[in-house]
Design a protein around this ligand. Structure first.
Ligand code: BV8
Ligand code: ZN
Length: 292
């Protein structure tokens, strides 16, 4: 089925938005690109010579917790230096205006909360870089808000090469120097059970998303017809996050609106359904225009 000729008309979208009550957003790394945070795939997807997705697994952490912690220490440092952009603020403003708007984000950078997004209208599908938890499966200790940078002495960049400004290359990204080896003994252990290593409170590949959160999301979608789904800055490759837009669509006259650099590429436009929209560009620039 082909999209309407107005699939990329902002005024046609505004007319649909004005008639929409229940709105869902599914956000990905592209929303934070303008805040200076690298995306997972494409150029930004590399940390040193590692694929982010190869480090975001329980196996990698078991194998070399120091290496995985250096990756997360770098991402925590970058996220703390970053600021929410106009896209984050536009979503937060929509939430304050419309209690029937729910935002699902795959991003763990804490930029939605920092933009003032109402917590009751936001689900962080993959956790947060700033939540820390115990890696022992039998221990439920966690620290919901740990913003220390460096996270621990062993993860502090050597003083002579500590970056003095955000645009200076972080030593953990500087491939001209070999990565130090950090033994587990130098990494913080759980204060509750004493034996589990502390780990980032994110969902790794192969780990389940929070059960209660998933139930709440599917319940919200099933409750009543969803009028609009905003799919913002995501390659929609990671499941189950990639599936929510289609689940919501099955509830009737739903328009799925893609905001992505590549949204208007012919092969992507060809996949649009009759009531869908697609807007190519930087989410930080496109979203405020769409949601004004
Ligand atoms: C699970 C946290 C089951 C860590 C992340 C089917 C069903 C269920 C599971 C699977 C399934 N098929 C496969 C799986 C396994 C796996 C999976 O999906 N694999 C993929 C790779 C095929 N899924 C899982 O393992 C999930 N777990 O389902 O468990 C289970 C059940 C019971 C018991 C045990 C297990 C867990 C997945 C979560 C992984 N954790 N992150 C961390 O951040 O370090 S995923 C991580 O990658 C991000 O959170 C994000 O979700 C994903 C990256 O995706 P994007 O955000 O889309 O980013 P990407 O770089 O790919 O794309 C950026 C996009 O933005 C691009 O389109 C680009 O064009 C665009 N863009 C760039 N700049 C801009 C822009 N757009 C607008 N403006 C710009 N300026
Ligand atoms: Zn513990």
């Amino acid at each position: 089925m082909a999209p309407s000729p107005e699939y990329n008309s902002v005024s046609a979208f505004h007319a649909k938005l004005a008639r929409s009550k229940r709105i869902l957003a599914v956000c990905g790394a592209g929303l934070s690109a303008s805040s200076g945070l690298p995306t997972f795939r494409g150029a930004g997807g590399l940390w040193r010579n590692y694929e982010a997705t190869a480090l975001a697994t329980p196996e990698a952490f078991k194998e070399d917790p120091g290496l995985v912690w250096m990756f997360y220490a770098y991402r925590r440092h970058m996220a703390l230096q970053a600021k929410p952009n106009a896209g984050h603020y536009a979503l937060a403003a929509l939430a304050r205006k419309n209690p029937d708007f729910l935002c699902l984000s795959q991003n763990v950078d804490n930029l939605h909360p920092r933009a003032g997004h109402p917590p009751s209208q936001l689900h962080l599908l993959h956790g947060s870089l700033f939540k820390i938890k115990c890696s022992s499966p039998t221990c439920d200790w966690s620290d919901p808000a740990n913003f220390s940078d460096p996270f621990c002495p062993a993860l502090a960049p050597a003083s002579e090469d500590a970056p003095s400004s955000p645009d200076q290359i972080h030593p953990l990204l500087d491939t001209s120097k070999p990565l130090p080896h950090i033994p587990a003994s130098e990494l913080p252990h759980c204060p509750a059970c004493g034996n589990g290593l502390q780990r980032p409170g994110v969902v790794w590949f192969g780990e389940a998303l929070d059960e209660e959160m998933l139930d709440a999301i599917y319940e919200w979608i099933a409750k009543e017809k969803v009028d609009l789904v905003l799919v913002v800055g995501t390659s929609s490759l990671v499941w189950p996050a990639a599936g929510f837009a289609e689940v919501a669509r099955s509830k009737g006259e739903t328009s799925v609106v893609t905001v992505n650099l590549d949204a208007e590429r012919p092969e992507n436009v060809a996949k649009l359904k009759k009531k869908d929209f697609a807007f190519a560009g930087d989410a930080a620039e496109v979203l405020p225009r769409l949601l004004e």
